[in-house]
Design a binder for this molecule. Structure first.
Ligand code: MG
Ligand code: ZN
Length: 214
């Protein structure tokens, strides 16, 4: 019985994700589903892209959090269109939430839409939002074993960011092992090594972001 209910939920999500995808296609919106553990640097990465590209590309943000609007306020202060989704304890965003808030987001066409998912490396990977790009952010303090432990997240990624590389000298982070874990499940996603704190590696990543805009 439980299996049947789960199947129905996933089927309904898939249908709504398809509607979102169609809307994004029509409006030439590049929707980026940003997934990571809490504290890996999802909001920091989004803020860095806004800072670098806001004068040349329209950008909007959907902020998903279990509670609070701290991150959405940071985006709003920059004058970037943003809506907050509080999941009220829910550990991921789903396609229905995205479709519901889209009319409230004052986003122009030909834009990048960041969807900051709830901080969690597990179930966000199984809920299609209709996104164009799946971005997974890992960070050095979390350790190099994350790709081995959360395979479905890294398998589904279109791009992977390794953040906080400035902390590499202080932490036993085996970079070869990290890459081995990624390549075991994902042969082609580009990996960008960055530090949102020092700015290291950001130019290359920003260049890639520029290249994916529709
Ligand atoms: Mg955040
Ligand atoms: Zn969940």
């Amino acid at each position: 019985m439980e299996i049947k209910i789960l199947k129905n939920i996933m089927h309904a999500n898939q249908r709504l994700a398809q509607e979102n995808r169609q809307l994004f296609d029509e409006r030439k919106i590049t929707a980026v589903n940003v997934m990571a553990s809490p504290g890996a640097g999802k909001t920091s990465t989004i803020l860095k892209v806004i800072e670098a590209l806001r004068d040349e590309i329209n950008i909007g943000v959907i902020e998903g959090d279990i509670a609070s609007s701290i991150d959405a306020e940071k985006i709003d202060r920059l004058g970037i269109p943003v809506v907050q989704i509080n999941t009220g304890g829910g550990c991921h965003l789903d396609a229905n939430m995205i479709g519901t808030v889209m009319p409230d987001l004052n986003l122009k066409d030909h834009a990048i839409l960041f969807v900051e998912n709830v901080g969690n490396l597990v179930c966000p990977s199984t809920f299609d939002l209709g996104e164009t790009i799946r971005m997974v952010i890992a960070s050095v303090p979390e350790g190099h074993d994350k790709p081995f432990k959360y395979t479905s997240m890294f398998e589904a990624a279109d791009v992977i960011i390794l953040n906080k590389v400035d902390l590499m000298p202080y932490i036993d982070f085996d970079k070869d092992s990290f890459y081995k874990g990624i390549r075991a499940v994902n042969e082609k996603a580009p990996v960008f090594e960055v530090s949102c704190r020092t700015g290291e590696g950001l130019d290359e990543f920003i260049g890639w972001m520029r290249s994916i805009v529709k």
